[in-house]
Design a protein around this ligand. Structure first.
Ligand code: NAP
Length: 169
């Protein structure tokens, strides 16, 4: 199972100012890349806090939301899982998926990274500073080594796409 972590961050390395904020500060080109990549891989994994900032399942993709709350699934569109990242991957395999996009937030990203389950990281660095806020991962106690495999300037303002392969931690 290939897991691609896809995140947008500021030039000072923040993914949000506060935990309950919708990501509404990224470029049109980043949003387009998000849509293309998640549609290509057909499944995305999110934590409850991230999902609640969006408020509804993203269409034409399987939305997997990690939560301990009892919530209603929508067959083929929205699935809630209370479990480990390995259990999420087992679910995806049973449903016939061979890849998925891990779309945050920091808490859920950290759980997948810590267990060595992320193969690639696609980061859009937007030309903005927050000065305060959340990192792309939290709760991780290991150094994770990356290899830069691709860079692309997404627009004339300088939004940069960085694609990393995750090496052993
Ligand atoms: N810049 C970007 O690209 C980007 C992308 C995504 C998100 N974000 C930002 O990130 C922030 C949210 O991140 P976050 O780290 O606070 O939260 P999160 O990772 O989205 O969600 C965390 C919540 O998910 C549930 N959960 C996590 N792991 C679980 C597990 N193994 N089993 C069951 N439930 C589990 C827990 O909620 P319960 O136990 O209460 O159910 C937990 O509090 C928002 O501000 C959002 O805008 C930014």
């Amino acid at each position: 199972m290939k897991i691609i972590m896809l995140m947008a961050m500021t030039a000072d390395g923040r993914i949000a100012k506060a935990r309950d904020e919708l990501v509404n500060w990224t470029s049109r080109e980043d949003k387009k890349y998000f849509i293309e990549l998640t549609k290509e891989h057909r499944a995305l994994i999110m934590g409850k806090t991230t999902y609640d900032t969006i408020g509804k399942p993203l269409p034409s993709r399987l939305n997997i939301v990690l939560t301990r709350e009892k919530r209603k699934d929508i067959p083929g569109s929205l699935v809630h899982i209370a479990g480990t990242p390995q259990e999420v991957i087992a679910y995806l395999k049973r449903e016939g998926y061979t890849s998925a996009v891990l779309a945050g937030g920091a808490n859920v990203n950290g759980q997948f990274i810590e267990r060595g389950l992320v193969n690639e990281i696609h980061l859009t660095v937007e030309p903005i500073l927050f000065g305060t806020g959340m990192n792309i991962i939290e709760g991780v106690d290991v150094d994770v080594h990356l290899e830069l495999v691709k860079t692309e300037q997404l627009n004339s303002s300088g939004a940069l796409l960085l694609v990393y392969k995750v090496l052993a931690s």
